[in-house]
Design a protein around this ligand. Structure first.
Ligand code: NAD
Ligand code: AHE
Ligand code: ZN
Length: 369
C-alpha cells in the first residue's frame, strides 16, 4: 500500500515528506495505521548522525500510537481494530532477558532492530524501488508502519491517541526511571538535569513518589516555569553560578541529593549528576543518550564512597504488560500528559518540530496524520 512518510534520506538533512510503498505484514508482524506521534530528542540525535546505529535512508519515529490494520500469519495477541502503542523495547516473554524478571530489555528482535531491519532481515518500506530502513522497530513517522507483534501494547480504545502516544517513549521513560530504576522513596531529595520531555516526566514521577524536594537544572531558564508547575521546588541555571553545579547542589542539600537523573545526553553533565549525590547512598540515573565515541568519567572514589551510577531504558517498563495500565492512569488523571504537548503539527510540518526542539521552544510536538 501507499503511505505518506517523513523519510530521513541522509544524516543532518531535513526529513522529506514522500509517498512510500509499504509491504503487508509477514508472519509474526502487524500493519499499524499511525494516528499520532511525538518527536523525541532521540529522533533528532539519530538524524544528526551521532547514533552508531543510525542507518539511512530510514523512517524515524518511536513515540506513536495507532490502530491495527492487518496481522500476519501466526499473530494471536492483536487483531485489526485494536488500538496500540508501538514499543521500541519489545516484550517476547520468552527470551533470557524477559524470563530473568530483572530487566525490561527483551532481546528477541533487538539485533535486527538495531540494523533498521525487520526480524527476518528484510524491510517493508520502499521509495521509488529503493529500500528504506526501519527505526527502533517502530518507524512512527509514516502513516502506515509494520512492526513485530511482540512490539505492540494493546491499549484502551477510549484513550486519546494524540495524547497517549507520549507514553510510547518520553513520559513512560521519565516516570518509569523514578519508580522502577531509582525507586525514589517518600521525602527523598531529587535533582533533575535537563527539563525537556524526559526531565519533566521525571519530575512528575518524583511528585507521584512523594519526593520531598525536586531540584530542576537547565541552561535554558525558559524551561523553569513549567518545571515549577509540574512540581520542581527549586530551579537552577548553571550559568548563574561560578562554581561547578554539583558543588552548588551539595551545598544547598546538606551534602547531596538522594537521587539524580541525567535527562540530556551530555557526558560532562552525567559526571555532575553523579557527583551531586549524597555520600554513602546517593544514586544517579543516566537516561540521556550520548553520541558515538562519548564516554563518562569520574574519580572511582565517588563510587567507593557509596554513590551509585545506574542507567535506564524506557524507564524499565515492560511495554506489553505495563503500558496498558499506564494508559488507564493517564485516562484517570493519575498521569498527566497535557502539559507536555506544547505544539501539534501535521506530518507535512514535521521539520518544524525538530526546529522547535533545537530552539528550546517545545517540550513535545505531536504530529498528526
Ligand atoms: P529535550 O531536548 O526536550 O530536553 C533536553 C533539555 O536539556 C533541554 O531543556 C535543554 O535546555 C537541556 N540542556 C541541554 N544542555 C544542558 C546542560 N549542559 N545543562 C543543563 N541542561 C541542558 O530532550 P528530551 O526529549 O527530553 O530527551 C532528553 C534525553 O533523553 C536525550 O538524550 C534523549 O535521547 C534521551 N532519552 C532517553 C531515553 C531512554 O530510554 N534512556 C528515552 C527518551 C529519551
Ligand atoms: N542506538 C544508540 C543508543 C540509543 C539508546 O540508548 N536508546 C534508548 C532509548 S532512547 C528513546 O528515546 C534505549 O532504550 N536503549 C536500549 C536499547 O536496547 O536500545 C547507540 O548508542 O547505539
Ligand atoms: Zn524517545
Amino acid at each position: 500500500m501507499k503511505s505518506r512518510a517523513a523519510v530521513a534520506f541522509e544524516a543532518g538533512k531535513p526529513l522529506e515528506i514522500v509517498q512510500i510503498d509499504v509491504e503487508g505484514p509477514r508472519a509474526g508482524e502487524v500493519l499499524v495505521q499511525i494516528k499520532a506521534t511525538g518527536v523525541c530528542h532521540t529522533d533528532a540525535f539519530t538524524l544528526s548522525g551521532d547514533d552508531p546505529e543510525g542507518v539511512f535512508p530510514s523512517v524515524l519515529g518511536h513515540e506513536g500510537a495507532g490502530v491495527v490494520v492487518e496481522v500476519g500469519a501466526g499473530v494471536t495477541s492483536v487483531k485489526p481494530g485494536d488500538h496500540v502503542i508501538p514499543l521500541y523495547t519489545a516484550e517476547c516473554r520468552q527470551c533470557k532477558f524477559c524470563k530473568s524478571g530483572k530487566t525490561n530489555l527483551c532481546q528477541a528482535v533487538r539485533a535486527t532492530q538495531g540494523k533498521g531491519l525487520m526480524p527476518d532481515g528484510t524491510v517493508r518500506f520502499r521509495h521509488e524501488g529503493r529500500a528504506i530502513h526501519h527505526y527502533m522497530g517502530t518507524s512512527t513517522f509514516s502513516e502506515f508502519t509494520v512492526v513485530p507483534e511482540i512490539s505492540l501494547a494493546v491499549i484502551n480504545k477510549a484513550a486519546p491517541l494524540e495524547k497517549v502516544c507520549l507514553l510510547g517513549c518520553g513520559v513512560t521513560t521519565g516516570i518509569g526511571a523514578v519508580h522502577n530504576t531509582a525507586k525514589v522513596t517518600p521525602g527523598a531529595t531529587v535533582a533533575v538535569f535537563g527539563l525537556g520531555g524526559i526531565g519533566l516526566a521525571v519530575i512528575q514521577g518524583a511528585v507521584m513518589a512523594r519526593a520531598g524536594r525536586i531540584i530542576g537544572i537547565d541552561t535554558n531558564p525558559a524551561k523553569f516555569e513549567l518545571a515549577r508547575q509540574m512540581g520542581a521546588t527549586d530551579c537552577i541555571n548553571p550559568a548563574d553560578h561560578a562554581g561547578p553545579i554539583q558543588q552548588v547542589i551539595v551545598d544547598m542539600t546538606d551534602g547531596g541529593v538522594d537521587y539524580s537523573f541525567e535527562c540530556i545526553g551530555n557526558v560532562e553533565v552525567m559526571r555532575s549528576a553523579l557527583e551531586c549525590c549524597h555520600k554513602g547512598w546517593g544514586e544517579s540515573i543516566i537516561i540521556g543518550v550520548a553520541g558515538a565515541g562519548q564516554e563518562i568519567r569520574t574519580r572511582p572514589f565517588q563510587l567507593v564512597t557509596g554513590r551509585v551510577w545506574r542507567g535506564s531504558a524506557f524507564g524499565g517498563v515492560r511495554g506489553r504488560t505495563e503500558l496498558p495500565g499506564m494508559v488507564e492512569q493517564a485516562m484517570a488523571g493519575t498521569i498527566t500528559l497535557d502539559p507536555f504537548i506544547t505544539h501539534t503539527l501535521p506530518l507535512e510540518r514535521i521539520n518544524d518540530a525538530f526546529d522547535l526542539m533545537h530552539a528550546g521552544k517545545s517540550i513535545r510536538t505531536v504530529i498528526t496524520f
